[in-house]
Design a protein. Structure first.
Length: 518
């Protein structure tokens, strides 16, 4: 299941990062993301007067008390450290292979200097780099990716850009209405930002505002749907209840007994989306791919070392999710959990006729350990389930083989009319969770900032937090930024090996308990 957990822009800058000196190149001459009445991203010249005013009004004061709390788990960064945990995803992701081929940007070479460096070219990093470029148009922003854009975690999810909050700790999955409304604003910011860029540049990522189904087959799952209906009523969000007898007209299978359809979700081809975002970055962003960082030195300047040189910057933005721990932050506070997906070959016309239902849809399970499904634009079927915990952030072929067998059973239970349709691709991808479902946003150490631990909502929440982090660094504030800054951050995990045993036992039990939902 996709774990579902904007800023009313203030035009005057107010206190920003703790101890922040004059920000390099501050101004908005190139344009900005404006979340006013229209909620639209604009790339309009702001004018010399506005740029000058922005320069004069940039942040110089100390942080407010709740901003200081955002660094509570970061503490003082070590002066230097080796980075030994690096991403190494499998080469079998269907989204990557089926998306547009592109020429990766060059590896960084020699010494590169810039005011800003962003580590990680996923949703957070791409959004942060783009928004920094808009907020600081005279500055060079370096964006560095360890693998190829679209190959890593950002291109491996099920492609649900979800708007609605989903608080699994609340009886109705909505909980406190004030918090839920802020999360809804945050997610909608991410959606709007992405849609505007996709439309502006014509990015071919099969983005459709098609909504999502959340379905159940067992009584426990139906109770979850009924409770969530009550929460959505309180939140004032629309939904449609679809009984089991009517579901074949929607998704082609009578396997489920009930579903909630919510119209606000967008579905995308995730690898195609991040490739398109990377290839439409502003001119003052330099992207380096296949450049894993192997060492970092903290201080008045940040020095990142890699196999062919180093990057020296005034400010570092960490947008590398669970790998932020390898840089010395949030150690033992994040949980890299892998989930797995399989994608069939395209269905033949005869198979499509046997299946029936709509030609493009997405479904998430009522049970968090259940099966996610999609029918894609080219008539493939996606199945996602199975979970495993890998603290180093790298899965293994054995887990993928186990997952593929589970996918086959789940697929044929739901779609007996498609029995024998082969999977062309099976892959794994990490979601990074915290035990208290909190994220980290803001200052991590002097000159180091981050938006980490998206708790499985990378497309929407990751995009939004990347945008808002760049806006906060430019001195902008609003209720959603304040909400993010006030988070206590991820709480501490139990020590190893108790953590490893406990997480894997809990994951196995959850998958068993999900029953037919899995």
């Amino acid at each position: 299941m996709v774990v579902e957990t904007l800023q009313d822009t203030l035009e005057e800058p107010v206190p920003g990062p703790a101890g922040q000196p004059d920000m390099p190149g501050a101004g908005r001459a190139a344009g900005r993301f404006s979340l006013g009445e229209s909620h639209r991203w604009t790339n309009e010249p702001s004018g010399r007067a506005e740029a000058a005013n922005a320069d004069r009004e940039m942040v110089r004061s100390q942080a407010t008390s709740h901003e200081v709390s955002t660094a509570a788990h970061a503490r003082k960064a070590p002066s230097a450290r080796s980075v030994t945990s690096l991403p190494a995803d499998d080469a079998t992701c269907g989204w990557y292979h089926l998306s547009r081929r592109r020429t990766p940007r060059p590896v960084a070479f020699g010494e590169v200097r810039a005011p800003w460096v962003v580590v990680g070219a996923g949703y957070v990093g791409l959004a942060a780099a783009r928004q920094l470029a808009m907020n600081f148009p005279n500055d060079e922003i370096v964006l560095v990716e360890a693998q190829e854009v679209g190959f890593g975690t950002a291109g491996r999810n099920a492609g649900f850009a979800i708007d609605l909050p989903h608080d699994i700790g609340a009886a109705d999955y909505i909980g406190d209405l004030g918090t839920a409304n802020l999360v809804l604003k945050l997610n909608k910011l991410g959606q709007t930002y992405l849609k505007d860029i996709v439309d502006l540049y014509g990015i071919d990522c099969q983005m459709r505002a098609s909504g999502k189904y959340q379905a159940a087959v067992e009584e426990r799952g139906i109770a979850v749907l009924d409770a969530y209906r009550g929460g959505l009523d309180r939140l004032g969000q629309p939904y449609e209840v679809i009984e089991g007898k009517d579901l074949p007209d929607h998704i082609g299978t009578g396997f489920y007994k009930k579903a909630l359809f919510t119209p606000g979700t967008m579905l995308v081809q995730p690898s195609a989306l991040v490739k398109g975002l990377a290839d439409t970055l502003p001119a003052n962003v330099t992207l380096y791919e296949h450049t894993p960082i192997t060492g970092v030195s903290y201080g008045p300047q940040i020095v990142l070392t890699h196999a062919t040189g180093r990057i020296v910057a005034d400010k570092l933005i960490l947008a590398n999710n669970g790998f932020g721990m390898a840089f010395g932050f949030l150690k033992d506070r994040m949980l890299p959990v892998f989930t797995y997906a399989s994608l069939t070959r395209p269905l033949s016309e005869e198979e499509q006729a046997r299946l029936g239902g709509r030609d493009f849809w997405g479904l998430i399970p009522a049970d968090p350990a259940g099966t996610t499904l999609r029918r894609t634009h080219d008539n493939r079927m996606l199945v996602r389930n199975s979970f495993s915990y890998h603290p180093g952030g790298v899965s293994n072929p054995r887990e993928r083989a186990i997952a593929a067998r589970r996918h086959r059973r789940s697929f044929e239970r739901r779609f007996p009319m498609l029995a024998g349709v082969p999977f062309e691709y099976t892959w794994g991808g990490a979601i990074v969770m915290s035990r208290n479902h909190e994220s980290q946003f803001g200052e991590l150490a002097p000159n180091v900032y981050g938006a980490l631990c998206c708790n499985g909502l990378g497309i929407t929440r990751g995009t939004a937090t990347g945008v808002l982090l760049a806006d906060w660094l430019a001195g902008r504030r609003g209720e959603v930024i304040d909400f993010l800054l006030a988070s206590p951050g991820p709480n501490r995990n139990p020590p190893h090996p108790f953590l490893d045993i406990g997480v894997n036992v809990n994951l196995a039990w959850a998958q068993h308990k999900a029953g037919l939902e899995s």
